[in-house]
Ligand binder design. Sequence first.
Ligand code: AMP
Length: 261
Amino acid sequence: MENNYYSIRMHAQRGRAHLSGAERLVRKAQIDGVVAEMLQRATEYDPASLRISVDEIKTAEIIRGPAPNLTEVPVPDFQAGRERALQALLAAGVMSDVATSAIETIAGGAGPDGTNMRGAMLIDARTGDRLEPVTARGVRASRMDVEPDLEEAFTRSLVSQGLIHHRTREALILAAKVLAAPGIIAELCWSDDPDYTAGYVSAPGFGYLRIPEMKAKGESRGGRAFFFMPGFKLTETIQFLEEAPFLINKLGLIGSSAGKR
Ligand code: AMP
């Protein structure tokens, strides 16, 4: 149907190694452009196998919610960045040893044999138990985007703060959906792109703290962790993250804790 949305997903790999992935939720008219963009991005990684799928999503099934406020937190180096991330996770209610171990796990490669995972670790915020059904894959948040009529304003607000990398845009959208998931109290991420050192911690209380240094330049290990608070139904949380279509219907504020950029 003309009115419906389309979930577009890309996954590029070589052997069992995850190289690149992307998720969009767009109108029919955007499909060609988005697929071309994903194809171009994926081929830069020289994948042995590349999948792009397009699935129709009924408009009535879409859940809408706000984007978190983004605060840039300047840090002198990645060690300070990880320390800041740890403090933020504690403030969000993650147990200290659980937060420390999540940071160490991402730093060492969260997948089997120190590789990067395709999705995120799902971690019990109290015990540290790994809850994702398959460790190499993790839980993959999918089917999320910004309402088409907010797209331009969203891009403008990021660009006005110098946040021009597509990864920042995608991470903020992903974080919005993850924060809307039942039982998720915080998220931790830094990229596996060796040239992109930024990461973030997000939580309902303080929104999205963007930390520009979370790893050394040239480091290709990165990853994500979603922290789950027991008491919610795990299967429903995973189902929400992987399958529920989600659109941002309200933009957040974008600023810096240094007061300028
Ligand atoms: P990126 O920011 O794209 O470099 O991703 C960093 C890490 O986050 C990847 O290595 C994956 O482990 C994880 N990741 C990427 N995309 C997703 C997603 N859609 N859902 C869950 N985890 C993801």
